[in-house]
Design a protein around this ligand. Structure first.
Ligand code: AMP
Length: 111
């Protein structure tokens, strides 16, 4: 399924990219909820975590590692990594993405 994020990967829709490699890209969220709000997305169009299979394990691990690397790149030691799975959990773009959020005090629990 083609989504907004497929178009960001292809370059059809511009983005403020902060990371790019063979498996994923990361770019700034257009409606940031904190001073740093970055989305890490796989080039493979998985819908969400529930859509991932056994063969996606390395990719999922890579996304999490890149989340840590972009947070470090932003100078953050304290940050949150979250992914919304399904509309009822707040997912609005159906292409897997990790939100990397930081730069302010974060409350818990979210939502
Ligand atoms: P979610 O609600 O978890 O599916 O997150 C989707 C995120 O994509 C939201 O935080 C949106 O602000 C963000 N978003 C939507 N369109 C764009 C865009 N063109 N560039 C960057 N981020 C976007």
């Amino acid at each position: 399924m083609s989504t907004l994020f497929s178009k960001i990967i292809s370059g059809e829709i511009p983005s403020d990219k902060v990371w790019e490699d063979a498996h994923c890209i990361a770019f700034r969220d257009i409606h940031p909820v904190a001073p740093t709000h970055i989305l890490v997305i796989p080039r493979t169009p998985l819908v969400n975590v529930a859509d991932a299979g056994e063969g996606d394990e390395a990719l999922l691990g890579h996304l999490l590692r890149v989340a840590g690397l972009v947070a470090k790149q932003e100078g953050l030691s304290d940050f949150r990594v979250v992914t919304n799975n399904g509309a009822g959990a707040g997912q609005s773009v159906f292409h897997l993405h990790l939100h990397v959020i930081g730069g302010r005090a974060l409350q818990w629990p979210p939502g």
